[in-house]
Design a protein around this ligand. Structure first.
Ligand code: ATP
Ligand code: MG
Length: 332
């Protein structure tokens, strides 16, 4: 059964197409990952699915209800933990949860028991009576997660749940998400721009780039589809000015090829067999190979294969932009 059904969903901001005609389903009980770089359209899609934003066109059902015409019903069935942490610094952890419980209309005779349960689940029992300004980033995010669980939603939306956290804390949050999933057996829709997160957490992944879904499948199938092995090599000249690519593409073992500057990445069913062939072709074309390596595919490679660029590049640029913005602020 599908818990989320999305049909030709589109969102324009003026002339800008932030979400571009996307269609897919999420099955009941699965952890679905929405993987894409900054600005890909992840939050916009999630805001539509959680009724906070109206689509320009297309349709979406969440827990069987239309996100536009049955928005109230949708809201009763979902939890949404947004990208920005939404906890009150001056309240204690427990007070934050009481507030959240009231906002979600949880009957007062149930609130205490529900809060005890989620505090136990995210291991914040000890800290519950301290104000949130004494919490670490990871603890705040855990509290934020707990707030989204109190009314026991059927579908939980998590928008970049670990962004800005260090890798150890990120891994801890993944464990909590898995625990939540197991305990409540809910459908989880999680967006991320961390490959490792998508790989580690999700049953299936949809790669989104420039508002479009590029591919959807399980991490393992996506990796397998690329071929079992990857050969990366560098040559002395500009690849595009040679016949190297067309000759490589003609080999049956070669499944896909991407290039960047002087680097060529070949996805192959049998890399060990292919390497001597690459040397042979290069030698015939009088091209000098300066380095070559053979590796197993990762989700990073999957991303490059479907989008034509690296996820890390985008984030590096984005982080640099933030850095510049901060520097400007300090200067002003
Ligand atoms: N209210 C708005 N008005 C105009 N443009 C918007 C608005 N909200 C989002 N956008 C643009 O739509 C695009 C998609 O934004 P969105 O926030 O959905 O991306 P994202 O995938 O969540 O990225 P991030 O990883 O940075 O959170 C971006 O180019 C963004 O600038
Ligand atoms: Mg976002």
């Amino acid at each position: 059964m599908n818990t989320i059904e999305i049909e030709s969903l589109t969102k324009n901001f003026g002339k800008f197409n932030a979400v571009d005609d996307i269609s897919f389903n999420v099955e009941e009980g699965e952890i679905f990952g929405f993987l894409g770089p900054n600005g890909a359209g992840k939050s916009t899609t999630m805001m539509i699915l959680t009724t906070l934003l109206k689509p320009t066109s297309g349709r979406a059902l969440v827990a069987g209800f239309d996100v536009v015409s049955q928005a109230k019903k949708v809201r009763e069935n979902i939890g949404f933990v947004q990208q920005e942490i939404a906890v009150d610094e001056y309240l204690t952890g427990r007070e934050n949860l009481i507030l959240q419980g009231r906002l979600n209309h949880i009957p007062s005779n149930l609130i205490d028991e529900r809060i005890d349960q989620v505090l136990d689940l995210i291991e914040l029992v000890e800290k519950q009576n301290e104000t949130v300004d004494t919490y670490s980033g990871g603890m705040r995010k855990r509290l934020d997660l707990a707030g989204g669980l109190l009314h026991r939603p059927r579908v939980l939306f998590l928008d970049e749940p670990t962004v800005g956290l260090d890798i150890q804390t990120r891994r801890k949050i993944w464990d909590y998400i898995k625990k939540i999933h197991k305990e409540f057996n809910m459908t989880i829709f999680v967006s991320t721009h961390y490959m490792e997160e998508a790989d580690n957490l999700c049953d299936r992944i949809g790669i989104i780039d420039y508002g479009k879904i590029q591919v959807i499948d399980s991490p393992q199938v996506l990796k397998n589809k690329l071929g079992n092995e990857i050969i990366t090599f560098k040559i002395l000249e500009d690849v595009s000015k040679t016949n190297l690519l067309s000759e490589l593409k003609a080999i049956q073992l070669v499944k896909d090829i991407t290039t960047k500057d002087d680097q060529v990445t070949v996805f192959a069913s049998n890399g060990t067999e292919l390497i001597p062939m690459i040397f042979q072709i290069a030698s015939n074309l009088q091209i000098k190979i300066i380095s070559i390596s053979l590796t197993q595919p990762t989700l990073d490679d999957v991303f490059i294969s479907y989008t034509g660029h690296e996820l890390r590049d985008e984030n590096a640029k984005y982080n640099q932009k933030i850095q510049y913005a901060k520097m400007r602020r300090w200067r002003d």
